[in-house]
Design a protein around this ligand. Structure first.
Ligand code: NAP
Length: 259
C-alpha cells in the first residue's frame, strides 16, 4: 500500500537505534525526508548515513538531549517546517515506589511528558496552518497495564496520554492526526537493560529472565523495531486521517483483555 506521504518531512526524536530508528526507517521507506536526533553523535551519524543510503531520502542528524530546552531548540532550528513529528526519548530507570524522590519524578515528567508537549506546541501550529500533519507519541504498554518497577514511566506516560486525549480532538479538524503508540516488549537495548534488571532482582540468568518475559507474549517472541516502525508509518499515512487520539498497543497480544 502506498501511504501517500512521499516528500513529506518528519522529525523523529531519539532515533539512532531501537524503536525511534524503526520509525525513521519505516518513514524513509515511504519516501519521507528526515531529521533524526539522539545524544550520542557517533551512532546517530552512522544511522543517518545508513538510512539515507538505503532509502535515498534526505536525513539530517542533530546530536542533542531532546529532554532539555537547549537540545530541543537545536533540533527545532534544523527541523524548520515539518509535517510529521514522532515523539520519543529514553525511558526512566526501574526502581521501587518507596525510593523515588521529587527530583526523580521531575526528571521523568520532563523526559516523557513535557518534552513531547513542548515539541507539539512548537510544531503543530505550523501543521494546522498548512492543513496537514501527523504526530505519533511513543509511550508504553504500561499506560494500559502498569509495570510497578517502572512507576516513573507509568506516571509520566499516563500524563501525556491525558494531554493527547484532549489536544488531538482540538486539532483534528485542521487535518492533523495525533495518536500514541504503546510498545510492549521489543528487542532493543532498552529491553536488554530491563531483562538484566529482572535477572538481577530474581537472581536468575539473563536467558531465563528473557524466557520468562517472552512466555507471556502470545505472538511468541519480542517485537522488532521494524514491526513497531510499520505501525508508526501507517499512523502517519494519508489513510490514517480518521484515526484520532487513539492508543495503539503493539505488544504481540501480551495484554490479556477483550477490548
Ligand atoms: P533504546 O533501544 O535504548 O533506544 C533509545 C534511543 O533514544 C537511542 O537512539 C538513544 O540514543 C535515544 N535517546 C535516549 N535518551 C535520549 C535523549 N534524552 N535525547 C535524545 N535521544 C535520546 O530504547 P527503545 O527500546 O527504542 O525505547 C524507546 C522508548 O520506548 C523508551 O522511552 C522506552 O522506555 C519505551 N519502551 C520501550 C519498550 C521496549 O520493549 N523496547 C517497551 C515499552 C516502552 P542516545 O543514548 O545516544 O541518546
Amino acid at each position: 500500500m502506498d501511504l501517500g506521504i512521499r516528500g513529506k518531512r518528519a522529525l523523529v526524536c531519539a532515533a539512532s537505534k531501537g524503536l525511534g530508528r524503526g520509525c525513521a526507517e519505516a518513514l524513509a521507506a515511504e519516501g519521507v525526508d528526515l531529521i533524526i536526533n539522539a545524544r550520542g553523535a557517533e551512532a546517530l551519524l552512522k544511522t543517518a548515513d545508513e538510512i539515507a543510503q538505503r532509502f535515498g531520502v534526505s536525513v539530517e542528524a542533530v546530536a542533542a538531549d531532546i529532554t532539555t530546552e537547549a537540545g530541543r531548540a537545536e533540533v527545532l532550528e534544523v527541523a524548520g517546517q515539518i509535517d510529521i513529528l514522532v515523539n520519543n526519548a529514553g525511558g526512566p530507570p526501574p526502581g521501587h515506589w518507596t525510593e523515588w524522590t521529587r527530583d526523580d519524578f521531575i526528571k521523568a515528567l520532563d523526559a516523557n511528558l513535557l518534552t513531547a508537549v513542548a515539541l507539539i506546541q512548537a510544531t503543530v501550529p505550523g501543521m494546522i496552518e498548512r492543513k496537514w500533519g501527523r504526530v505519533v507519541n511513543i509511550t508504553s504498554a504500561a499506560v494500559r497495564s502498569p509495570i510497578s518497577v517502572l512507576g516513573l514511566s507509568n506516571t509520566a506516560r499516563t500524563g501525556l496520554t491525558g494531554f493527547i486525549a484532549g489536544m488531538s480532538r482540538d486539532v483534528a479538524k485542521h487535518g492533523v492526526a495525533v495518536n500514541n503508540l504503546l510498545p510492549g516488549l521489543h528487542a532493543t537495548d532498552r529491553a536488554d537493560s530491563l531483562d538484566g534488571a529482572a535477572a538481577k532482582a530474581q537472581d536468575i540468568s539473563l536467558d531465563e529472565a528473557r524466557a520468562r518475559r517472552q512466555a507471556n507474549i502470545p505472538a511468541g517472541s519480542y517485537g522488532s523495531a521494524a514491526d513497531f516502525g510499520a505501525a508508526c508509518a501507517f499512523l502517519c499515512s494519508q489513510q490514517a486521517r480518521f484515526i484520532i487520539g487513539q492508543n495503539l498497543l503493539i505488544d504481540g497480544g501480551a495484554l490479556n483483555v477483550t477490548i
